[in-house]
Design a protein around this ligand. Structure first.
Ligand code: SAH
Length: 463
């Protein structure tokens, strides 16, 4: 993000606009809606600008720009119809450290102006850092449809209700959860269209219900999926949005964490491969403490929380403490990896089952029924298998598996840095080493990518 979106307070401010025709008019269309005093310098002005001048909204000085016009200004628009003039003004303003915008000259601008969806006081600003104004317009048009014209007055109404809610719920994080629940995003489109009296009734009912029931927290065990935000369920997004504490694992991606509120407390509990049990105890203790404190807690685990996620231990600890919990499943990395290589995990007439196995367990390399896994029809997704790949390969070959069995390794499935390596059982460990695969990765035993290699490479995926 090169350009930082900020909302500048225009009360008691004078904004200088140089120019009186099309470019200036375009800027003024937004500026006239602000609280700023507008000073316009131009020898001539368009009829539209003239109307604003006549209405007293703009003060017009009918002359050419001179440097002293910048005195006392903070925000300047160089919006004449002449590029060199605009650059000149931008340079002068820039030298004084002023925030200046030069019409149609991004490089001369200290700030650029976003497309706006204006439901004051709710403002959505959309910027593309100058890459595509038409894309910004498309996003704007979508937002225009989503946000009803009554949104601004609804926001003012909420503001009016805040004092009442604050009095009933003095604890900030509980109050944040309260408001998050009012707009829980289940059906945003219709929620934003509630009337002010409906809103007030909802707030009152919720406050009354809160008083009636004892406030205890809840832990929601949420599947974060393999990494891409697109693979997050709507339930997971809602839970993240409502959470005031988010306890997350090492493999949870930033894209997913970004669905949480900024004000939430984020607790990283990534496990290092040593000292598992103490760490797990510590995690259980955090969950208990936060939920007991009345917080809405999200326990975020990569993929699906019920697959190789030690969910039982955490759920047992919660049950033992008499705490409420819910589980929201997620897309497990094996499912994502299979989708990325276009391989059906089961195929009629070929494999009636597919095993999800781990390369590691509490004792080290995990042991399995290798004889059964070495048979021709076996299909398996191997989690935590990178470090154990040579061991797995050795065991399978020892038990008679075909050396040519296809194995596809999908590292960082669904993420921007995804790597797919199609290999065979014979070369598995060597290829993992040669390609520098460190994980997280899934080894898909018995599966090759569906497309021809060339086809997949064309999609930008390394094989
Ligand atoms: N609950 C998770 C698994 C946790 S165990 C799930 O359902 O996916 C951790 C292992 O998951 C890693 O060693 C790796 O094998 C796998 N894994 C997690 N995220 C992955 C990703 N984005 N790509 C490939 N494998 C991943």
């Amino acid at each position: 993000m090169r350009y930082l979106p900020i909302h500048v307070d225009t009360a008691e401010q004078t904004i200088l606009i140089v120019g009186g025709e099309g470019a200036a008019e375009a800027k003024l269309r937004t500026l006239v809606k602000t609280d700023a005093k507008l000073l316009l310098i131009a020898p001539e002005i368009s009829p539209e600008i003239k109307r604003w001048v006549e209405a007293g909204r703009i003060i017009w000085d009918a002359r050419d720009f001179s440097e002293s016009d910048l005195d006392g200004m903070r925000l300047v628009y160089a919006a004449t119809e002449d590029d060199p003039t605009n650059s000149h003004i931008a340079n002068l303003a820039g030298a004084r450290g002023l925030l200046v915008n030069a019409a149609d000259q991004k490089d001369a601008c200290a700030f650029i102006t976003p497309a706006l969806v204006d439901r004051s006081p709710v403002i959505v600003s959309i910027g593309t850092e100058g890459t595509s104004p038409s894309l910004a317009r498309a996003v704007k048009s979508e937002m225009e449809q989503l946000l009803p014209s009554t949104l601004g007055s609804l926001a003012n109404k909420i503001n009016g209700l805040r004092a009442k809610v604050k009095q009933s719920l003095p604890d900030l994080s509980i109050r944040q959860t309260f408001w998050a629940d009012i707009f829980d995003g289940k059906d945003l489109r219709s929620q934003l269209r509630i009337t002010e009296s409906e809103l007030e009734a909802r707030v009152d009912a919720k406050l009354a219900a809160g008083k009636a029931g004892e406030k205890t927290g809840e832990v929601v065990l949420v599947g974060a999926g393999p990494g891409s935000a697109e693979l997050l369920t709507i339930g997971a997004r809602q839970a993240l949005h409502a959470a005031d504490v988010i306890v997350y694992d090492r493999l949870v991606s930033q894209d997913v964490l970004d669905f949480g509120r900024r004000e939430a407390e984020y607790i990283y509990v990534g496990k290092d491969p040593h000292g598992y049990s103490t760490r797990q105890d510590a995690i259980n203790a955090i969950l208990n403490e936060k939920a007991q404190g009345g917080h809405q807690v999200v326990r975020l685990k990569s993929g699906d929380p019920l697959i190789f996620g030690r969910a039982d231990e955490e759920l047992d600890a919660l049950s033992n403490a008499g705490l409420r919990y819910r589980i929201i499943p997620g897309i497990t990395s094996a499912a994502s990896a299979a989708a990325e290589i276009g391989a059906s995990l089961t195929t009629r007439g070929r494999n009636k089952s597919v095993s999800f196995i781990t390369g590691h367990d509490a004792e080290g390399f995990a042991d399995h029924d290798w004889k059964a896994l070495a048979t021709r029809d076996t299909r398996a997704a191997i989690y935590m298998g990178v470090g154990a790949s040579r061991f797995i390969q050795g065991r399978l070959l020892l038990h008679g598996a075909d050396r040519a069995t296809p194995v596809t390794v999908v590292e960082n499935a669904s993420r921007a840095n995804q790597l797919i390596v199609a290999t065979t059982l014979e070369s598995l460990a060597d290829d993992i080493k040669a390609r520098g695969i460190k994980g997280p990765a899934i080894l898909l035993l018995g599966y090759a990518p569906r497309e021809a290699i060339a086809e997949v490479t064309k999609l930008g995926v390394a094989i």
